[in-house]
Design a protein around this ligand. Structure first.
Ligand SMILES: [Mg+2]
Length: 364
């Protein structure tokens, strides 16, 4: 039997150490949503790591809070299993960040009620997961320093953001400067069909992957490019759910999928995509959305399952946040340790959580 629960939805804003710039976004504060599901005895935490504007998907933080309140909170307050929660809410279209935050908080709560680590609940077998580092667009000199620092820390694989201005020529210079590092490039949808001739030259760089060169809805264009190049294309923004992942695999639009649990609407769907991918020879890894430790610890548990085989975008949150709202994650060089204590395995710092909360809603 479960006791009566309370759901607390917090909008949290933490200053970033450095502005994070991709081809479209420039964030100086990290605004994210932290959910707490409590029965007075046991408290679960989950993060919906969205953004304040609808630039990543149709959703944004304020709309996610409203969706959680109106549609997800009631099933969340009553579900006795993940399956029950999903059966009750699968009719809700889209709103993947909201759905993910709710499934995440329920996973942590249920794992804590059972007194087991989340990784065990997900049948994960790894005790550590390999990570890469992702570097935003900046001046070439600054980028060089950032890469050298990451290499010194022990990272073997470096992901570099590219755009219309900083691409093949910049990557060539980096490859020459750091010949031993494994390089990948992420375009965050910055290119279009007229850039096909430019991108066809990518093979000479021997990148481990080219991530999301074209728009989120451009599956056919990705398929066209993948057929002309050897470099594996990795899809990120293009994969919002398992059904689209199946289409992308069938169309040979990619050889790798970056699974961001929030982007695909939760843990269950992430595992489904990874299983489908493995069956079809497609590799997977877990991407990052500048989460606090609440989101990162969950991502580590998912990355510890068998179908995630490439280095993940999971770094210590204090690499980019000035302060974190929880502690307990352990990293060594390019490896993250899979938490072994109950649930997501971290300790929430209530004072800091309160300090960075800019909006709070309690639902009973
Ligand atoms: Mg990406």
């Amino acid at each position: 039997m479960f006791n009566l629960r309370t759901l607390t939805i917090r909008t949290v804003e933490i200053p970033l150490k450095y502005p994070f710039k991709t081809s479209k976004l420039n964030e100086t504060d990290r605004q994210t949503i932290i959910l707490e599901l409590s029965d007075g005895k046991t408290s679960g935490f989950g993060e919906a790591p969205g953004v304040s504007i609808p630039i990543f998907s149709e959703e944004y933080n304020e709309s996610a809070v409203l969706t959680i309140k109106k549609f997800f909170s009631n099933p969340l307050l009553n579900a006795t299993s993940i399956k029950e929660f999903n059966d009750e809410t699968n009719w809700i279209k889209g709103n993947n960040f909201a759905r993910h935050g709710c499934e995440a908080v329920l996973y942590d709560y249920l794992a804590k009620c059972e007194n087991i680590p989340l990784s065990k609940m997900l049948k994960a077998s790894k005790t550590t997961v390999e990570c890469q580092v992702s570097l935003g667009i900046t001046s070439y000199e600054k980028l060089k320093l950032n890469i050298a620092e990451a290499a010194k820390t022990g990272f073997k694989r470096i992901k570099i953001k590219i755009d219309q201005k900083n691409n093949i020529e910049m990557l060539k210079k980096i490859k020459k400067e750091f010949p031993k590092l494994e390089l990948t490039a992420d375009a965050n949808c910055a290119f279009s069909e007229r850039d096909l001739p430019l991108l066809e030259k990518i093979d000479e760089l021997e990148l481990k992957m080219l991530e999301q060169p074209f728009g989120a809805y451009d599956l056919l264009l990705h398929s066209k490019l993948q057929k002309r190049i050897e470099t594996p294309i990795c899809l990120d923004e293009s994969i919002p759910n398992p059904a689209v992942a199946r289409d992308a695999i069938e169309m040979e639009a990619c050889r790798i999928i970056n699974v961001k649990p929030a982007r695909v609407g939760g843990i269950t769907r992430s595992l489904e995509i990874a299983e489908l991918s493995t069956k079809n020879g497609i590799k997977c890894w877990i991407g990052g959305l500048l989460e606090t430790s609440v989101g990162r610890s969950l991502n580590i548990a998912i990355a510890a399952t068998n179908n995630f085989t490439l280095p993940n975008d999971i770094n210590p949150p204090l690499r980019y946040l000035t302060q974190d709202i929880a502690e307990g994650l352990e990293f060594e060089k390019n490896m993250a340790k899979v938490p072994a204590t109950t649930g997501i395995g971290i300790k929430i710092n209530s004072a800091l959580l309160e300090k960075y909360t800019v909006d709070k809603l309690v639902i009973k």
